[in-house]
Design a binder for this molecule. Structure first.
Ligand code: FAD
Length: 379
């Protein structure tokens, strides 16, 4: 079934940290959630990507999770949340209370399948609305015409796994970060973990004493960051690298390679036990394991690819945003190729603090676009 075309001033795609932050600021700027402002999310529940993260992940284990704007007035702070509960439960609960308190009326599960430009031009010659195509779980499709679209679709839907010879030959289990649930699934197994970020380290620490053996392979040497002050400086410069790449329309560099990995007390204990010993990337997989750079055969029941994510922008393909350099041009959260499109949580904004800041800045720019639209005389 296809529903009648609806109308909105702004559609926000995604109700994670970035989408909720933008929606909150737009509502404060005067838009009515549910009519002027429509927030869509394809996931079944609240929490953005956090609702899908593995059981053992707790808030504060690796990085800080920043509060959404408007959470403090509700008496909620992530720093004070119950750390004995899985992060996915806590974040989903806090976001749910946030959505309810601010009456953001998120429509879910509604997947955005495509965003395209309306064919017709407006009387002043400027481009027409953007059209957001949607699909619900029961197959119902729909479309929303909107003056502005804010894409806040995150990265969880597009995990990145590098191509290594033999990936199609290995007979054991292969999974990426989105498929990892519980260390107990690997009880007594030989496990290879790939990736140089905090997810890979988290898996190795959880598998210790559960798996029969673990080996850790990374494509770049691991740089540990012992000094919190240096880590902050490195984080700032990594965000600047992301910003430069986004403005130039290049693919985004890895954040971790720019910041180094902070040595938390838990990681220090893992290092002391000799558990966290990265090896250079293996050269190939075969039916029952991997072959290291030195030619050693490592038997494996499972290979966990904790090798990062890419921005999930597949539904934006009809807008033809890709540059020859392989990325898309994004300047201060706004698409360089489509001025009615904003990308919250993209590149330099891809952390909970970045997503928060994005909310305020994006909302201000969106309101300026709407105000300019209002000055266009109707036909
Ligand atoms: P998401 O939380 O991914 O939200 C995007 C939303 O968009 C989702 O709800 C999704 O359902 C929806 N969506 C996507 N595509 C569509 C579509 N086509 N149609 C409709 N809806 C769609 N950051 C920190 O600051 N601190 C941390 O401790 C931290 N830990 C992390 C741990 C892991 C394992 C990972 C992978 C990331 C971590 N991050 C952390 C980064 C974190 O993901 C971001 O900081 C933040 O949660 C991302 O928010 P977001 O709103 O951009 O994306």
């Amino acid at each position: 079934m296809r529903t009648a075309v609806q109308q909105a001033r702004v559609v926000v795609i995604g109700a994670g940290q970035a989408g909720l932050s933008v929606a909150w600021h737009l509502q404060r700027a005067g838009l009515s959630a549910g009519s002027d402002l429509v927030v869509l999310d394809r996931a079944p529940g609240t929490g953005g990507a956090w609702q899908f993260r593995w059981d053992a992940l707790r808030l504060g284990l690796a990085h800080r999770v920043h509060d959404l704007p408007g959470m403090h007035e509700m008496g909620l702070r992530f720093d004070e949340a119950d750390r004995s509960r899985p992060a996915r439960e806590v974040v989903a609960e806090y976001y749910r209370r946030f959505e309810e308190r601010h009456d953001l009326r998120v429509r879910r599960p509604v997947a955005v399948t495509a965003v395209h430009r309306e064919d017709e031009r407006r009387p002043d010659g400027s481009a027409g609305a953007l059209v957001v195509e949607t699909r619900e779980d029961d197959g119902t499709t729909g479309a929303i015409r909107s003056e502005v679209v804010v894409n806040a679709s995150g990265t969880w839907g597009t995990p990145f796994v590098p191509w290594i010879p033999g990936r199609d030959v290995f007979r054991g289990r292969q999974l990426d970060t989105t498929g990892y649930r519980d260390a107990a699934d690997f009880t007594g197994q030989d496990v290879v973990v790939v990736g140089g970020g905090t997810s890979a380290i988290g898996f190795l620490l959880e598998l210790d004493g559960v798996a029969r053996s673990t080996r850790w392979f990374t494509r770049r040497p691991v740089v540990w960051s012992e000094d919190p002050a240096l880590a902050v400086g490195a984080a700032v410069s990594a965000v600047e690298d992301q910003d430069r790449a986004a403005r130039a329309g290049r693919t985004l560099p890895s954040i971790v390679s720019g910041t180094g990995l902070p040595v938390t007390p838990r990681i220090r204990r893992g290092l002391a036990r000799g558990l966290l010993q990265p090896e250079p990337m293996f050269t190939r997989l075969d039916a029952d394991g991997v072959e290291t750079a030195t030619g050693e055969h490592v038997r494996a029941d499972a290979v966990i690819w904790a090798t990062g994510f890419r921005a999930d922008l597949r539904h934006l393909a009809p807008l033809h945003l890709r540059t020859e350099a392989g990325g898309i041009v994004v300047e201060d959260g706004r698409s360089g190729a489509e001025p009615r499109l904003f990308l919250a949580g993209y590149g330099p904004q891809a952390s909970t603090i970045g997503a928060n800041r994005a909310g305020r800045r994006t909302a201000r720019q969106v309101m300026a676009v709407l105000a300019a639209d209002d000055t266009v005389a109707p036909a």
